[in-house]
Design a protein around this ligand. Sequence first.
Ligand SMILES: [Zn+2]
Length: 276
Amino acid sequence: MIFKKRLLTLVAWFLLVSGIHSGFAQEKSFTWPEGIKFGLTLSFDDGRNSQVDVGTPLFDQYGVKATFVIVPSNAEKRMNKWREAGAKGHEIGNHTLHHPCSGNFSWSKKNALENYTLDKMRTELKDANKQIESQFAVKSTVFAYPCGSTFVGRGTQTQSYVPLIAELFVAGRGWLNESPNDPSFCDLAQLTGMEMDHKDFDQILPLLENAKKSGAWLVLAGHDVGDSGNQTTRVEMLKKLIAYTQDPANGVWIAPMGEIANYVQNQRNISNISEK
Ligand SMILES: [Zn+2]
């Protein structure tokens, strides 16, 4: 009888300890910094003029740092402003040299991903990194897939260039995705990017609230910055978004893609080590 009781106690103790341990391991797998409920990155593609004519002056006014993935030949038109943006801590990333997308876009016929190879892509990505460093005086550690496409070739010869992005960059972002990133699970080489162009704050707010509820990392993606127009992120929306991020009750960590990616990586590595 006593033996049975002892055995039951032992079993209960074992269940309790293993329960605590698995709970602890889960908890340790990812946590945002103290007081933070979710991550937010504002990212803009192509190196368009309005990004430094309108965007960075607005962000500088509120101390917000954003991510800009550029095509060097586009950004050359505002060389000094881009250099200034980089020097002020905005992140300048790689968006290739020729912006290759599917040849179904008539403007991309000459640079169709269907006609690319991994070698050609590797050379182009490295050349873009070199140009960004020499012309804009920053090291590019993040990438965004032009048109959100992650392939080269066609049919049975199709290959993914995600492994190349994983090799060359801290993070790579897609486009027109439908969910934010789960920081405890996401592949940094395939971060999702949700569209913020031509949207009012009322349309962005549900994305923020959803990210807050789930502890996600929301990476918003846009193009031009202005009051109106096609592929344009609205200044009014950005002002309201920034006000939202500045309310500590919302617990937002707004930072460039590379900064949050490094944190995510670090957190997950640390937890891997502690679980061993
Ligand atoms: Zn683009």
